[in-house]
Every structure is written in structure tokens, then in C-alpha cells.
Design a protein around this ligand. Sequence first.
Ligand code: AMP
Ligand code: MG
Length: 336
Amino acid sequence: MKKAVVYKLDRWNPDEKIIDQAAEEIRKGHLVAFPTETVYGLGANALDEGAVKRIFLAKGRPQDNPLIVHVATTETAWEIACCDDRALRLMEAFWPGPLTLVMRAKDVVPKVTRGGLDTVAVRMPSHPVALALIEASGVPIAAPSANTSGRPSPTDADAVYEDLGDKIEVVLDGGPTDVGVESTVIDITEGLAVLLRPGGLPVEALENFGETVLLPEDLSREKGATLKKRSPGTRYRHYAPKCKVLLWKAEEDWPDVDGKRVGYMGIRRPPVDLDGDAILFDSLENYARGLFMGLRYLEKRGVEAIVADYPEKRGVGLAIRDRLYRASLAEFDEKP
Ligand code: AMP
Ligand code: MG
């Protein structure tokens, strides 16, 4: 296939003609990568089975891993999911933003989009380019992260191009993303909210809003196993660079690196001098923002392993831990 066409856009004032062109591609069943406030998404018409299948092919994504459907209005969320009062309150409080709600799906949503489940994950992104594209397309847009499955997620257009440049039609370049990690996913289909994936919206924000959020470790073994089925995407090694990732946990010694050339990312200062192979962040938010770009950058510098500071569970730290943990798993490990 031809190489993707890349359009640079002013994120605060995206060129309407380019947005219309990209929207036309979506309506034709083609693939358009676009920035959201979390990471770049690989978009297709969520209601077009053929288009959604192409997302799975382009990413090499397992078919049982459902996609998040992106909307620009709560009315569209109503059209594709069974939204109760509580869902609407959550939408009002946190949308547009990095919160994905898993709700019962309506029949218009093809099975491929839902990974065969009877639920659908829905989110309204806040990035002006994403909102403009969804509005102009006139359809909800299914969009997983715009990377090859298993690789670190893309937080700028270069990373998208690197992974998918010869597999998709268009890349909208709106500059680097703000949040840097994907959305927080909660399942609200039964009673208490179950955290299916920690992400850009801190769990504390949901709790302050009055939600009790169950973490996977709060669930019984049996329920935990059900959770894996409910959120298939949490099962695999993911977000991984080509080299090994080693976690440097609090209260633990610097990992044994066996004489290898290592890179480092994190908030704490490493106890060894790594020159240009070390990336230091001054806050959890900046760590999240630079996490995936840092993994890709250190990989390109040719380090043999990356030591990553395993941050505290507070705020977006929970999402950073999740991504790093899964990046550190051996090739075919499943999360215990
Ligand atoms: P991605 O878009 O690749 O960043 O990942 C989307 C995440 O949302 C994955 O962890 C999916 O398993 C999860 N997800 C999407 N749709 C559903 C759904 N209907 N039920 C449960 N989890 C979902
Ligand atoms: Mg992803």
C-alpha cells in the first residue's frame, strides 16, 4: 500500500478542509490516525464492520480485544450504548476527557467493534482535532492506540508513522499529546464501577465524585478471572520496546543489569551515571506524558535494557505502573 499522507494541523484551530477530507476517508471505510489528549488513535467508522476489521489487521491486534468508540456528543453515546442516569452523570462530570465507560451495547454496534462482547466502551476525547474529525465524519469512530499491537503507544505523529505509515491512509499530526497514557476504563454495567484499565483520569477523581471503584485486586479469584474475559486487552504483554524493561521498585536496590548498557526513565535519580541514556521527570504527570516516547527514544539509542522507576500508586502513577509492568513481562507471559 501507498504511504500514509500526513497533514500537520494547528491543534487549537484545525484546518476545516483537511478535517473534511479526513472525515471523507472515514466515511469511505478507510483508516485515519488522529491525536487525542491521551495518545494517538487509529480511527475507523465504528459502525462499519469492514473498516473496523482493517484496524485489527493494521495493528496485528487480537480479534478478542474490543475497541473504544469515540463520540463527540452524549447523544451519540445514547445511540450506541444503554446509558442510565449514573452514566450520564459521569459523562457530564468527566467528558470530554480521559474516561472510558463500558456499558451494554446496542445492536447497531457490530460484533467486531466489541470484540464479541455484549458491551461497548465509549469515550468523548477533548482534543480539538479528535472532536472536529468525529463531528465532521458524522459517525462514531472506533479507535485503539495507533501503534503496532504490543509496542509502546504513540504520543506523536512520528511514532504513528513509524509503526503504521504503510498500512493506513491518513495521519493527522496535531503535535505531541498531553496526557501520554490511555484513558481510564471502568465497567459500570453491574453495581460498583470496576476498573478495567487505570489511565489518564486518576481513580481518586472518580472516588471524589462519589463512585466506589473496585480494583482488580479487590475482586475474588473467580471474579478476577471474569475480569480478564471482560477486558481482554489487559491479558497480554504490551507497550514493550524491543529491549527488556526492568522495574526499579521503591525500597529496592537498583536492578541487576549484568554489565549491559542500560537506559533509565523516572523521577528518582539513578545511582549510576548514564549520561544521555537517562530521562528524568519532575512529576508523575510529566512521567506519564513522556513514558511511551521515552521507551521509543531509549530503544533507538540502542540500549540493551531500560530500567524504569516504578512509581507510587497515587494519581496517574497507577497507570504508569500498569504500562511498565506489562512492558516488563516476558514475551508470552500473561498477567497473573
Ligand atoms: P486500546 O484502545 O488499545 O488502548 O485499549 C482499549 C482497552 O479498552 C482495552 O484494554 C480493551 O480490552 C478495553 N475495552 C474496550 N472495549 C471494551 C469492552 N466492551 N469491555 C471491556 N473492555 C473493553
Ligand atoms: Mg493500545
